[in-house]
Design a protein. Structure first.
Length: 127
């Protein structure tokens, strides 16, 4: 039983997952930054696997950046819907959401450096 008293429903879950993947596809089609971040994440994961470095920190950092980019996209769309004209609070909301992606991206770079540089340096020294 779920907290609302209803039983888990696989059909409902798959339907919800379909909506979520539709959001990912739409963001990939329409948001250049999301596409760049997806390819950067794929590259980071590939390098991590090739170097035999721990995957979890890199994968989590990538997931954080991609998730925040999706939230940023959703917030921007909502703000544009609610406030099509320029407004200082609309700008603040959009800038803050973009800043969250920037902070996560900087953190992801630090995670990548800390996780990937040691095995990369070992590889280069051994070559």
């Amino acid at each position: 039983m779920r907290s609302d008293g209803s039983a888990w429903n696989a059909r409902r879950w798959w339907r919800s997952a379909g909506f979520a993947w539709a959001g990912v596809r739409q963001a990939y089609r329409t948001q250049a930054n999301f596409r760049i971040e997806c390819w950067a994440a794929l590259l980071a994961v590939a390098v991590t696997l090739l170097l035999g470095a721990p995957l979890a920190p890199v994968a989590l950092a990538c997931a954080l950046v991609l998730s925040l980019e999706l939230v940023n996209t959703a917030l921007e769309a909502t703000v544009d819907l609610v406030s099509p004209e320029r407004h200082p609070l609309a700008k603040l909301a959009k800038d803050a959401a973009a800043a969250a992606v920037l902070v996560a991206s900087a953190g992801a770079l630090l995670v990548a450096a800390g996780t990937l540089l040691p095995p990369l340096l070992r590889l280069l020294r051994g070559a």
